[in-house]
Design a protein around this ligand. Sequence first.
Ligand code: MN
Ligand code: MN
Length: 478
Amino acid sequence: MAKKKAVAKTLTYTRANGYEKLPPAELKKLEALCASYLAFLGAAKTEREAHDDAVKLLLAAGFQNLDSLILKKTALKPGDKVYRSCAGKTLLAAILGRRPLEQGLHIVGGHTDSPRLDVKQNPLYESGEMALLDTHYYGGIKKYQWVAMPLALHGVFIKPDGKKITITIGEEPGDPVFCITDLLPHLGQDQMKKSLADGVEGENLDVLVGSVPSKNKVAKEKIKHRVLELLQERYGVTEADFLSAELEFVPAGQPREAGFDRSLILGYGQDDRVCAFAALQALLDVPGTPEYTSCVLLCDKEEIGSVGATGMYSNFFENTVSEMLGLCGGTYSELVLKRGLNNSWMLSADVNAAFDPLFAGVSEKKNAALLNQGTCLTKFTGSRGKSGASDANAEFVAQVRRIFARAGVAWQAGELGKVDQGGGGTIAYLMARYGMEVLDCGVALLSMHAPWEVAGKFDVYMTYKGYLAFLKDGRGQA
Ligand code: MN
Ligand code: MN
């Protein structure tokens, strides 16, 4: 009997809650990492803010701006730490490895943009004794979730002379906040008959920003005018400056620990700043000179299809690797670049959906990621018959299994919903174009894309640990 049991144990793959095997020393590290994560998440609520905070951390850790090295034609050598910015939104950081770039990089790439409400270019109007700002939602949101809650405004005005005015309103304790009004249930009978998709219309996601009239005698719309007076006084901007602004309404307030046991994190923008943070922290913690060049990519525009100059579709990544190659000595050759990209390994650092007992029907439980079971490897994404999928090669999944097993990384396999339920994608397929090995790996969230998303601390910690082990890995040769 006893013998049979032992055989069964080795033959069976079982899943377990990660806390059960977590030694106290690891728990301490987990809490310390999650405290840093909470601080980062609370401070970086837009792609620009995440970029700027990341650059500060990189500079403090001795990373150098690649653009200045290019200007000075400074040669790069193993162990050198560099970063490069794309328009202050997308960021690449790397530690040059012992092996030449031609042999490939180890890349962890995620994104720092999150669903939100962007202020339109001609947004301000007055109606019903109120001033409002018109918005256009960004990314996949459920519109009904964004009304009747405090919103903060983050972003920049850029003047025609290039001057940048950065604003953040609604995050400090004494700050005012903003909101979008919703209909009272007493008058909501028609609205309540509509579908959740139509109950709140995108064009009606207009934010209430003022209600006091200006004392100006000639102004026609006095409440709107008062808002413009305040913007002029405080920020030196006029109504025309909205034309060259990028202003984002995001949920106001700080991320918090959640649950009696404080094991969860409730916060805005964890898709995908949880993976972005874990990737950045992992890079900062790579000891010495890695065997292969360690590279972290924090991308913009993932939530709208990775398009545009700052999205993963652009040539920024490829161009930056070219620039690094150009500084690595020898004659620059496109063939070497192509080999380097083809030989690279990548973890596409993005979130997946955790199994939610309140919506159990959308998942197939044994293949869904579960809370606290570790970082989630998603072999394939896409929808329907794996359409649009980035499907990692089993050989590469096996390599990642090897790396994670050696480093004691708790991980689980996950998929985005049961078959034919829906689906999604990440930047993985854009990197797979180069022929490199790519596998999606990140934290499984609850309430993904909601104003407040939920992550398990254990999963955050294991994602960091997984990225670090991956960056450090020498492919069995070191
Ligand atoms: Mn994402
Ligand atoms: Mn997303």
